[in-house]
Design a protein around this ligand. Sequence first.
Ligand SMILES: Cc1cc2nc3c(=O)[nH]c(=O)nc-3n(C[C@H](O)[C@H](O)[C@H](O)COP(=O)(O)O)c2cc1C
Length: 191
Amino acid sequence: MNKVLILNGSPKKNGNTAKLVAWFSEEARAKGASVRIIRAASLTFKANGCSSCRACQKSARYECVIDDDVKGVLKEMQKADVIVFATPLYFYGPSAQLKLIIDRMFSLYKWDNKTNTFTSPMRGKTMGLILSAYEDIGLKIVEDSFKLIADYSEMKFKSLLVPDARESGDVEDIKGIRGRVKEFAQSLKLG
Ligand SMILES: Cc1cc2nc3c(=O)[nH]c(=O)nc-3n(C[C@H](O)[C@H](O)[C@H](O)COP(=O)(O)O)c2cc1C
């Protein structure tokens, strides 16, 4: 059974991202995957992002030294086969709540600057991206940046871009959206 971890970066409990994530999860579970959803906005953060202390690089453990909820999320990421980042587009980037987790992923990579190599438990996993926006400008640039992380990490990558989602709660008005989410979930081969 595939383990799917979804990181919902929206601060809105019942907004567009929550709806897209719910439809995605329904399909993933129907395909036999185990699904865990974490809302970034509900986490307790002891630091306002990665503090660049680099303590993680001095230890063999894939662990952030900041002892808060993100530490647990990073553990869950290592257990998952598929990690889905779900976020609204905020000023042509992911939400700040999601970025607080992403930067802490620094601890999941151990770099050897002498050989210019790294080891990471992210290698071989699949990364998904669910991204919605009010209009249709700027989604591609965010997709590109997530794809760069996936390529760098030697992860497979698939994305679902949802332009014209308008305001929180409006996404269900997009014709055929549920079918598109279903197809996206199926493309990740979650069973
Ligand atoms: C702070 C903020 C910044 C936003 N920036 C953009 C943007 O740059 N481009 C855009 O098309 N929509 C933007 N939006 C709209 C959201 O991306 C869009 O409504 C999204 O589907 C909301 O998802 P949610 O309901 O899960 O939060 C922004 C909304 C907020 C609150």
